[in-house]
Write a protein that binds this ligand. Sequence first.
Ligand SMILES: [Ca+2]
Ligand SMILES: [Ca+2]
Length: 153
Amino acid sequence: MMRRSPFLALLLLPAAPVFAQDAPPPPAPAASIEAGPSQTRAEAEALAVATFNRLDLNHDGFVTMDEMIAVVAKQRGTTPDKITTVPPMVKAMMDDADTNHDGKVSLDEAKAATLRDFDEADTNHDGIVTPTERMAAQAKIMNALHPKAAVGR
Ligand SMILES: [Ca+2]
Ligand SMILES: [Ca+2]
């Protein structure tokens, strides 16, 4: 089974389609994605920690679905009770990272998921994810989450 990389997607697309809307994003050409600089494994891990701390609203060391929904609501300028469906990418991210299936994501799980995803994106295994590798990984994620938007297969 093909592994999705939703946690990395969340980290890589902090402001973009992850939380922005329920509808699948249009299959944007890869060139239109802001690729950003190359990233080392250590940077990916540091970003995972920073993102985790931002998502762990009550600072209990776990990110729960309630917290994710609160974050989604905040990004949409609404309140959590207005979020009736969990965005598929958020659910996929939680499921993917929650390796012990207790319904919440610990910092260790978040870091592990991020590094798994990093290694997956680092196709030439040099410890650095370049913009090109990142764009390829993002395209794979989008295709996995929105198979109907996939092209060329
Ligand atoms: Ca928490
Ligand atoms: Ca867990």
